[in-house]
Design a protein. Structure first.
Ligand code: HSE
Length: 406
């Protein structure tokens, strides 16, 4: 059996390297007499690379080669990845991808095309890099009613926030360090503005709850506005701030509340100690309780590990489509942001008396050297519409950060 890789960047070259390094065990586990890489699709050339001779810029070579049964898509982006992947599936080839943008936007359609052609579309590497999380959700937690899935899904922002907490760095200098180390792109917006985490929580919600959550259907906020002062308050509160992506069933499963935003997590939570570029995903099932999946959420070889596991699965299940996926959601399935309910940490430029007048008795937070002329506090459980109304009475608001219960 032959395999092709589309996109010879960090992940694609990791896939080729892993297939070469662990070739015999991968072949055996795939139950194939042979399993070889035949093409690498890329517009660039790679003089001197060990796979130089496999590189082509002609997609049709892959599409029209009937011996290529599994195609790995590691190009990233929506186009032409979507067109290439759908053409491969329509030709009966199985496709494995690490491309979360593609899965979040087009996963349902691509799973349908795969099923119509007795092929598989697999994407373990699209969430949590090397962490096994999607397959355990689909298989090991299959008997659970899942009520919530949440996590730290972006390594770059987690690295930045860890620097801010552990070393007192400001956002800009922590970002510069992340860029220097190659974690953050030159244009870091997909990571720091929460877009990457948004795509990943969509995929998790799709699989956990069986209905499609569109990436543009809920509130997404990144970490650009987190300041050193917020960090000090979080420490005083006994916790950390993480970029948390969450999806929670509401109204008996009729709705889902989805959000990506910075969030306060108390020390002692399993998510509080997830540092640097590591990711963690918490899944709350009615039988199993809380389970947390932890590991390297990005990187060449960890991500290649997840891709190759799917390749092996595709090889073993050749000719038989795996029975998972999700369906279109009815209008109004994702709750509007105004109905999102949480406790919130607030910094307001007013006195404690004013806060008490508007919110009643709330937990106040302070630390030595806290800014003068402001009151910081944690609200009771409230929905965002009520919160906004109350905050309008307090004057200038300096921070609003949700407080999780994980
Ligand atoms: N940019 C992503 C991150 C890579 O930092 O987590 C993996 O999706």
């Amino acid at each position: 059996m032959y395999v092709a890789v589309m996109g010879y960047g960090t992940v694609g070259s990791g896939v080729a390297a892993l297939l070469r390094k662990n070739h015999e065990l991968i072949r055996k586990k795939s139950r194939q007499e042979s399993l070889e890489l035949r093409y690498i699709l890329d517009l660039r050339t790679f003089p001197g690379d060990e796979n130089e001779s496999l590189v082509t810029n002609d997609f049709n070579l892959i599409l029209n080669d009937s011996e290529v049964r599994i195609v790995v898509e590691t190009m990233g982006g929506l186009h032409p990845a979507f067109e290439f992947v759908s053409a491969c599936l329509a030709a009966g080839k199985s496709v494995v991808t690490s491309n979360k943008e593609l899965v979040a936007a087009k996963g349902m359609e691509l799973l349908r095309i795969a099923a119509e052609n007795n092929a598989n579309f697999m994407f373990e590497a699209s969430v949590g890099g090397g962490i096994p999380v999607l397959t355990p959700i689909i298989q090991c937690l299959a008997a659970n009613e899942i009520s919530e899935v949440a996590g730290i899904l972006n390594g770059t922002t987690n690295y930045i926030l860890t620097k801010m907490f552990d070393e007192g760095a400001g956002f800009e200098s922590a970002l510069a360090e992340a860029q220097r180390l190659g974690y953050a792109e030159r244009d870091p917006s997909a990571d720091v503005d929460g877009i990457d985490a948004c795509r990943k929580i969509c995929i998790l919600a799709d699989l956990c709850f069986g209905r499609e959550v569109a990436p543009d259907s809920f509130y997404v906020e990144g970490i650009r506005n987190i300041t050193e002062t917020d960090v000090e308050y979080a420490k005083a509160l006994g916790g950390v701030i993480k970029l948390v992506a969450s999806a929670e069933k509401k109204n008996g499963g009729e709705n889902v509340a989805v959000c990506v935003s910075p969030a306060f997590i108390r020390n002692g939570s399993q998510l509080a100690n997830v540092s640097d570029v590591f990711n963690a995903v918490l899944v709350r099932g009615d039988a199993v309780g809380d389970t947390v999946f932890y590991g390297r959420g990005a990187g060449k070889m960890p991500t290649a590990s997840a891709v190759m596991a799917d390749v092996i699965d595709c090889a073993v299940s050749m000719g038989e489509t795996k029975p998972y996926g999700w369906s279109e959601a009815p209008d109004g399935y994702v709750l509007p942001d105004d109905e999102f309910t949480s406790r919130f940490f607030v910094r307001a430029a007013c006195g404690a008396d004013k806060v008490k007048e508007v919110f009643g008795s709330v937990q106040q937070v302070s630390f030595e050297g806290a800014p003068q002329g402001e009151t910081a506090f944690v609200t009771e459980l409230t929905d965002k519409a009520s919160l906004k109304k109350s905050l309008a009475d307090l004057g200038e608001i300096r921070s609003v950060i949700r407080v999780t219960d994980y």
